[in-house]
Design a protein around this ligand. Structure first.
Ligand code: DC
Length: 232
């Protein structure tokens, strides 16, 4: 007789500072495990783009509530690549531009915005078998996630990685401009009143300054294996 054994699915929360390789790890891990990937930073970026385009003032509670009810964010996979869709429009490239990066942290301090995003993220992840990357996944969105990771890397390395990433995309920002943006975002993200960026007590901390993508993936895959084994 054919005995069907199914592997339990878990939630993997990846939090950490800006440009510390969260999304690269989440994507690689998603492919390896056959898990879905939710880029929660892209959701805050999409909201920021909508606010900027529609001139929604960041202190206008009524306009913010109306905008949030008009916003739909989805993720689709096109030719193996994750794309962010805002009200039917593919905004994947636009939300990575510097003018959005410069405004996203203030938008992410707005409690109404956070409440709306967190609810959507919890819904997207309810079936498990997902990886979410962000700032508050292990602390607020899924505090019961089976595996929580907190990534860090030195500011110089994070700036260099983001600089090279944007250069490949043809977006010419200077090293200084990128470093200022990253450090400012880290500061706002870590000091905001509502769900600040912080390490969950039960998170595994990984400083990937001197790790290759392959080494990091191997390390995390071993942790996933261990957690799943613990559930069987
Ligand atoms: O991951 P990212 O750099 O694309 O995120 C953009 C901004 O969104 C980041 O500066 C803070 C905010 N963010 C957040 O507050 N909570 C999350 N879960 C994800 C991102």
């Amino acid at each position: 007789m054919n005995k069907k054994t199914s592997t339990p699915k878990i939630i993997i929360a990846i939090d950490g500072y800006s440009a510390c390789g969260k999304s690269t790890l989440a994507k690689d891990l998603g492919k390896k495990l056959g898990y879905g990937y939710i880029d929660t930073g892209a959701m805050y970026r999409a909201v920021t783009l909508y606010f900027l385009r529609n001139k929604v003032a960041f202190d206008d509670a009524e306009a913010i509530a109306k905008a949030l009810s008009d916003i739909t964010i989805e993720f689709v996979n096109v030719k193996g690549k994750n794309r962010t869709i805002l009200n039917g429009e593919d905004v994947e490239e636009e939300i990575r531009k510097m003018y959005v990066s410069n405004q996203v942290s203030p938008v992410a301090t707005i409690s109404a915005v956070r409440r709306s995003m967190v609810l959507q993220q919890q819904k997207m992840g309810e079936k498990k078998g997902v990886i979410l990357d962000g700032r508050d996944i292990g602390t607020v969105v899924f505090p019961t996630a089976e595996l929580k990771l907190f990534l860090t890397a030195s500011p110089e390395i994070r700036t260099k990685r983001r600089y090279e990433e944007l250069k490949i995309k043809g977006q010419d920002s200077t090293f200084e401009e990128i470093q200022t943006n990253l450090l400012e975002r880290d500061h706002i993200d870590s000091n905001r009143a509502d769900s600040p960026l912080r390490q969950a007590e039960d998170a595994v901390v990984i400083d990937n300054s001197n790790l290759s993508k392959k080494e990091q993936l191997a390390m995390v895959s071993a942790l996933v294996k261990q957690r799943i084994k613990g559930l069987k």
